[in-house]
Design a protein around this ligand. Structure first.
Ligand code: FES
Ligand SMILES: [Fe+2]
Length: 340
């Protein structure tokens, strides 16, 4: 069961041009292309005749032609030509999905089209701020249910074991967690005081000595995960809300788009308050993220199999409090949507 009346990332703007791009989102097959006016069209990827994916056909300007018998559809989903007969069948239509672009991503609305509101698309704070750096970001298909990924992104503890050579540092294994719940999401966070820097961040932080470190793990419906990290010189009051001018802030934005119950497309980008024009740093950060997220992938794919095929019961730990709250909030939102 998925939340439908919301925006999901369907791809990177940079990857959608004048060609047909097929994706599966929430078990629905869609096809995307960029129209001559620059906007992205998203259609159901199935011809109403024999359900051949339209992505197997071809694009003629803004018109999609089915690759089997040539039915042609415009970007409003209407059939405009049936070359094998004179009459266009009135039921020859494909569904159109509302789509928009923001912050480098193509977003698609998977629910009732009349409820789509572009102002609800997630916004990256300071996205256009020229003093912040941005990585190229990446995409990873993970063979697991998307809620195993959102669990993972509400779980600061796992870094001590899964990311030993990147994000882990003293304190990530045992410092108590704070859980805050909202109508549409959960934040799990903690300040770790006076510890050494983790290997991934050490070359980027512009001060010497130990740090105080914030791990802020936030998930909002349907599956937007915001990981905010702050490293500030030890004892400068970061945990009391003061941001020292030397503080290093890195926000990792992670968007989980369910393919189906067993697969997830993971999109991410990282945004940080230093070195906006340093391509080498952006590349280094992105490569580190790809390495670390592949570490997560290996664990989460095995967890998905383990939990799907379990023959004995499993248990929860204290560290699961945030993810359990989130699952509860999401379950309620899905149930409310089903009632509508
Ligand atoms: S399957 Fe598309 S026209 Fe026949
Ligand atoms: Fe991780």
């Amino acid at each position: 069961m998925f939340l439908k009346n919301c925006w999901y990332v369907a791809g990177w703007s940079r990857d959608i041009g004048q060609g047909l791009v097929a994706r599966t989102i929430l078990n629905e097959n869609i096809v995307m292309y960029r129209q001559s006016n620059g906007s992205v069209a998203v259609l159901e990827d199935a011809c109403p005749h024999r359900k051949l994916p339209l992505s197997k056909g071809r694009l003629l300007g803004d018109i999609v032609e089915c690759g089997y018998h040539g039915l042609q559809f415009d970007c409003s989903g209407n059939c405009i030509l049936a070359p094998t007969q004179q009459r266009i069948p009135p039921t020859a239509k494909v569904r159109v999905y509302p789509a928009a672009e923001k912050c480098g991503f193509v977003w698609v609305w998977m629910g009732a089209a009349d409820k789509a509101d572009e102002s609800e698309i997630f916004d990256i704070n300071d996205y256009d701020n020229p003093t912040w750096g941005l990585t190229e970001g990446g995409t990873l298909e993970i063979g697991c249910h998307y809620l195993w990924v959102t669990d993972n992104l509400l779980d600061p503890s796992h870094v001590a074991w899964v990311h030993r050579t990147s994000f882990a540092a003293p304190g990530t294994d045992g410092t108590p967690l704070k859980v805050e719940a909202f109508d549409d999401g959960v934040v799990v966070s903690r300040w770790i005081s006076d510890q050494s820097l983790p290997p991934y961040y050490a070359p980027l932080v512009q001060f010497d000595g130990n740090c105080d470190r914030l791990q802020h793990y936030e998930v909002r419906t349907p599956s937007t995960c915001i990981n905010r990290s702050i490293f500030t010189p030890s004892g400068t009051g970061g945990d009391a809300g003061q941001l020292d001018e030397r503080a290093y802030v890195m926000v990792s934005y992670n968007f989980m788009t369910p393919i189906d119950e067993d697969r997830t497309t993971y999109y991410w980008v990282q945004h940080y308050n230093t070195n906006p024009d340093d391509e080498a740093i952006a590349k280094q950060l992105n490569e580190g993220a790809i390495m670390a997220f592949n570490e997560d992938r290996e664990i989460l794919e095995a967890v998905h199999i383990g939990m799907t095929q379990k023959t004995t019961s499993n248990l929860n730990l204290g560290l699961d409090a945030g993810s359990m709250r989130y699952r509860n909030i999401l379950d309620k939102a899905i149930a409310a949507e089903q009632l509508e």
